[in-house]
Design a protein. Structure first.
Length: 168
């Protein structure tokens, strides 16, 4: 009575051998709970790094996709402190040709800034906008965005418990 059955479920292939009683393996999906998530702190130095490349890695970390217990509907990401945001690089002619557009909601209320103008006005905002564009556009995305702390200079004023240096 040695029958072998084939079962494919969510890309996981299980071979179940029947020998009098059913021997099965437990592949239960674990869903992370907000209370049980451990959030770490990372410090990233953005000096002479390309904006989009470092922003995509930071967005992945604050979203929590690097963790084995990633759950899409829970804020399971870590806190990231970015320093030297005023010293980031853009490739090509983006310093002159790229435009950051905002609208006040009133007729004729559209404003646009080049990256040079944005760097003069608020150096950290350009990095924040790059990361925010890579997050979900809902309540969870706004909650996840609070895990990002960007500073234009080399020092941050946060009292961070045991920060880990992140090399990107």
């Amino acid at each position: 009575m040695n029958n072998v059955y084939f079962c494919a479920s969510f890309g996981v292939t299980l071979f179940i051998k029947i020998t009098g009683k059913l021997n099965t393996l437990s592949y239960k999906t674990i869903s992370a709970k907000k209370e049980k998530i451990q959030k770490d702190w990372y410090v990233v130095d953005a000096e002479s790094k390309i904006l989009g490349r470092i922003a995509s890695e930071v967005a992945r970390i604050i979203r929590g996709k690097h963790k084995p217990l990633f759950t899409p509907h829970v804020d399971c990401g870590d806190h990231v402190v970015v320093i030297n945001a005023s010293k980031i690089r853009l490739t090509g002619d983006k310093w002159n040709s790229k435009q950051y557009i905002s609208h006040s909601g009133y007729p004729g209320g559209q404003k646009s800034l080049s990256p040079k103008q944005m760097m003069q006005k608020n150096p950290a905002r350009m990095f924040e906008k790059a990361v925010q564009g890579m997050l979900p556009k809902n309540r969870l995305g706004r909650q996840i965005f609070k895990n990002l702390h960007v500073f234009a200079g080399a020092e941050h004023g946060l009292d961070v418990p045991n920060p880990k240096e992140l090399k990107l």
